[in-house]
Design a binder for this molecule. Structure first.
Ligand code: ATP
Length: 351
């Protein structure tokens, strides 16, 4: 019979620090081998949740259960070193006086020399650093040090791996190489992993599911595509992707806005007169020379295959429109005619 029990269960966790409620009713369920991300703005409680799962902080309510064993509750916590949880923190914390091989084998002291050598060979090959075994961390690039920190955490085959901003301080190019590589390594090892990040591209590239957090609560826990296409809250709608919310009213079955009208998505239906907010992403706005809606141009930037126009939309809001670079649009235009491309509209009613 298939075992559907989650590998890691975080159940209605609450936690206070210095009298402030930092985590509120936080729940997660990681399946064996799944990679999940905690994604949210600075100060939303991501690192606190990770530390609580590691056993460094005790919740005041709720529980953490791994493989059916309760690790944390208001009644007590199993000590961090007894949890078989691997951790990789922002600063990597490699031992500078130890070689790459010694760093990786650090957690393998209970294994025989032969077992250690075998696991070391396996991991060096997995991270592509076979020729660096005898180097010291200072002689490695940032990306190589990150791989060694990962190998050290993976070496004892922990039941769960926690990573806090593993790519912090790396440039965009290096991240674009390391993100798919990290996912491949984690999937190869089949290790259940929870990664904290504030970078959604990183989360999209790494995770099977993402928990979007704000002010100590989880707004939505879903695959990247669901977060993007079906955001559960206004916060998720504007935090994920690039878009803004604009006022709309349902009239005769369509949503009317200052930018034109769109049909609601097939899963939504609203009574006429319903007021709310429509999510408008950059890709929903097109240059349309036949449109009667024209918006003042604030700036335009050449981006290679398209031009990115910044347009003024009522009061304080600004909106962006991508115009294909090969379209013959007058450079001197000080207002741009636009229309909405009808996609799966996301509308938050104020009912
Ligand atoms: N020891 C502490 N005592 C009191 N408050 C704390 C303590 N540690 C963190 N906090 C508060 O808890 C909240 C969550 O902090 P946390 O570090 O978990 O956020 P985060 O989402 O990881 O942020 P960042 O992305 O900036 O690291 C913040 O408001 C922070 O000020």
């Amino acid at each position: 019979m298939k075992n559907d029990a989650p590998h890691l269960l975080v159940n209605s966790l609450q936690l206070q620090l210095d009298g402030h409620r930092v985590l509120q009713q936080v729940s997660l369920e990681l399946r064996q081998g799944e990679v999940n991300c905690l994604l949210g703005p600075s100060g939303c409680g991501k690192s606190t949740l990770l530390k609580t799962i590691a056993g460094l902080l005790q919740p005041c309510q709720g529980e953490i259960v791994m493989d059916g064993t309760q690790l944390s509750s208001a009644l007590g916590v199993v000590a961090p070193e007894q949890r078989q949880i691997g951790m990789v923190f922002q600063d990597l914390a490699l031992f500078p006086h130890m070689t790459v091989a010694q760093n990786i084998c650090f957690g393998l002291h209970r294994q025989t020399a032969t077992e250690q050598a075998q696991r070391l060979r396996q991991l060096l090959s997995l991270i592509g650093l076979e020729d660096k075994a005898n180097e010291y961390p200072a002689a490695l690039s940032g990306g190589q040090q990150q791989r060694v920190a990962l190998a050290r955490a993976l070496a004892p085959k922990p039941k769960l791996l926690l990573m806090d901003e593993p790519f912090s301080g790396f440039d965009t190019h290096l991240k674009s190489v390391l993100v798919p590589e990290l996912r491949q390594i984690l999937k190869h090892e089949g290790i259940t992993t929870l990664i904290v990040t504030h970078d959604q591209q990183e989360a999209f590239g790494l995770a099977d599911r993402i928990a979007v957090m704000q002010q100590g609560t989880i707004h939505q826990y879903d695959a990247a595509q669901a977060l993007y296409c079906k955001p559960a809250t206004e916060f998720v709608a504007t935090f994920i992707g690039r878009g803004i919310l604009i006022a709309g009213e349902v009239q005769q079955g369509v949503i009317k806005t200052a930018l034109g009208q769109v049909a609601p998505s097939s899963t939504q239906s609203f009574a006429d007169g319903t007021l709310g907010q429509l999510l408008v992403r950059e890709e929903m706005i097109q240059y349309d020379r036949n449109s009667s809606i024209t918006l003042p141009v604030l700036s335009r930037a050449y981006c290679g295959h398209h031009l990115r126009y910044e347009l003024q939309l009522e009061q304080q809001s600004r909106i962006f429109c991508h115009v294909p670079a090969d379209l013959d649009v007058d450079d001197m235009l000080n207002s741009l005619p636009v229309s909405l491309i009808s996609q799966q509209a996301v509308f938050f009613s104020h009912a």
